[in-house]
Design a binder for this molecule. Structure first.
Ligand code: SF4
Length: 439
């Protein structure tokens, strides 16, 4: 690397989708000869990739911009909050430039404007798989941007626009490059994975010289040929999701499905403008488990949505009890500026939201603990994420990085990024403990 290379600091906030955006921007900057530095002091300029999904994220983003300004002074802002320039300018009028989500060229253009690239031919040598912010053995694979739904609590479509799927050939080429570069697990992400290709009318693309439709089922089947873990996130429970369960049963993709269900009361789901009913979701989950008993289902829910009555909340608890999901996240409803749900009548008081969240989490903790206990004595395939003083930490097929549980392995000599068979000896409601099983 050229010692005189212009130096950029990067702060990446928000969800995995934002992380993928950051990776793209960084890959481009590296390819152009910029040096990425880990401290504000070493940077000639700082890019902050923000999140604007909920009020807490907006505040965190504004604070991070403030910190970067105080520590460095030359700041470019991008990402979801970039769509609301006035909110940023009001608090931080001195930022150099603000660009919105998905605006890779604009961010890179802003960096060129305020910190021109140097011209060292060697710095254009960037690994073909790009620069990854995630550990080398797993990577996020973004298949589309935006969303065609209009859930009343969400402003993502307003910020990111309607669904725009990436061509299937590009997605599969990227996945193949990552696998060749040593990635062992791909996390497929988007706002709505099951809608992949709808906007392109499932257009036929090409991969490895053969035609492949731009559609979730075909995508999963092709990804299953790479021989690495493939994990699906943000899968809306459309009927055609049933088509990918046999791929899980056959070991082609991981038996893991992240399906955000949000609620179980038909009235609340309607007010949220979510399709599907709790009843059909239950039937579908039952059918999935019949085809692939190993499947781990993750979901997220919102409690305290405007107008949610005690009876409707209890309906949700009843659903939870029956569905016995493996991994569950729950959020208290919080109004997001610009969301339609803000106009709904009967907001639920904060203390009621708190109490419902606690009841929800207590119930799910007992379900999770029971499910985890059932794994004691079993041998699980674990992907090692990290080596520690006591051994290693990894994840089973049922655990996505960052959001699910961990396996603590009391065995020395393991390596990050390797698959190990682990005999499970203990469990709590999130994590597992064990030792490498002798093969
Ligand atoms: S499906 Fe709903 S919650 Fe998810 S991004 Fe689209 S509008 Fe937002």
């Amino acid at each position: 690397m050229n010692a005189n290379a212009p130096k950029v600091g990067f702060v990446s906030l928000g969800c995995p989708k934002a992380l993928v955006d950051s990776e793209r921007i960084l890959t481009q900057l590296r390819a152009e000869g910029y040096k990425l530095v880990p401290t504000y002091q070493d940077a000639d300029l700082v890019v902050v990739n923000t999140c604007g999904f909920i009020d807490a994220a907006v505040e965190e983003s504004l604070e991070s911009i403030g910190e970067a300004l105080a520590e460095n002074g030359r700041v470019i802002v991008t990402g979801c909050l970039g769509a609301k320039e006035e909110v940023i300018r009001e608090r931080h009028p001195q930022v150099l430039k603000i660009t919105g989500p998905q605006a890779y060229e604009d961010v890179v253009g802003a960096v060129h404007e305020h910190l021109p690239p140097s011209h060292d031919p060697f710095t254009s040598l960037v690994p073909p798989q790009g620069v990854k912010l995630t550990p080398r053995h797993y990577a996020y694979l973004k298949i589309s941007e935006g969303c065609n739904h209009r859930c009343t609590f969400c402003i993502i479509p307003a910020m990111r626009g309607d669904l725009a799927s990436r061509p299937i050939g590009d997605v599969l080429d990227e996945a193949e490059r990552l696998a060749k570069a040593g990635v062992k697990e791909l996390l497929v992400i988007s706002q709505d994975t099951s809608a992949y290709g709808v906007d392109l009318k499932y257009r036929t693309g090409f991969w490895r010289g053969r035609p492949v439709k731009t559609r979730m089922t075909e995508l999963c089947s092709a990804l299953g040929e790479l021989g690495i873990w493939v994990r699906l996130h943000y899968v809306y429970p459309y009927p055609h999701v049933d088509e990918i369960i046999p791929l899980m049963a056959d070991g082609k993709i991981l038996p893991y499905l992240d399906v955000p269900l949000q609620h179980a009361s038909p009235r609340v789901l309607k007010a949220m403008r979510r399709p599907a009913s709790a009843q059909s979701n239950l039937q579908r989950i039952k059918a999935w488990r019949e085809i692939c008993p190993e499947i781990a289902i993750r979901s997220t829910f919102i409690v305290g949505f405007p107008g949610e009555t005690e009876a409707e909340f209890e309906e949700l608890l009843g659903f939870l009890e029956e569905a016995r999901l493996d991994r569950v996240g729950c959020f208290k409803y919080s109004p997001v500026e610009g969301a339609q749900a803000n106009e709904l009548a009967d907001p639920v008081p904060e203390e009621v939201k708190d109490e419902r969240l606690e009841r929800f989490m207590t119930l799910q903790a007992s379900i999770s603990a029971e499910k985890q206990r059932a794994k004691i004595g079993s041998v699980q395939t674990v992907l090692i994420d990290e080596i520690t003083e006591d051994g290693a930490i990894g994840r089973t097929k049922a655990d996505a990085p960052e959001i699910d549980g961990l396996v603590h392995i009391a065995t020395a000599g393991l390596r990050g990024g390797e698959f190990v068979s682990v005999r499970i000896s203990d469990a709590d409601e999130y994590d597992l403990w064990g030792e490498a099983a002798v093969q």
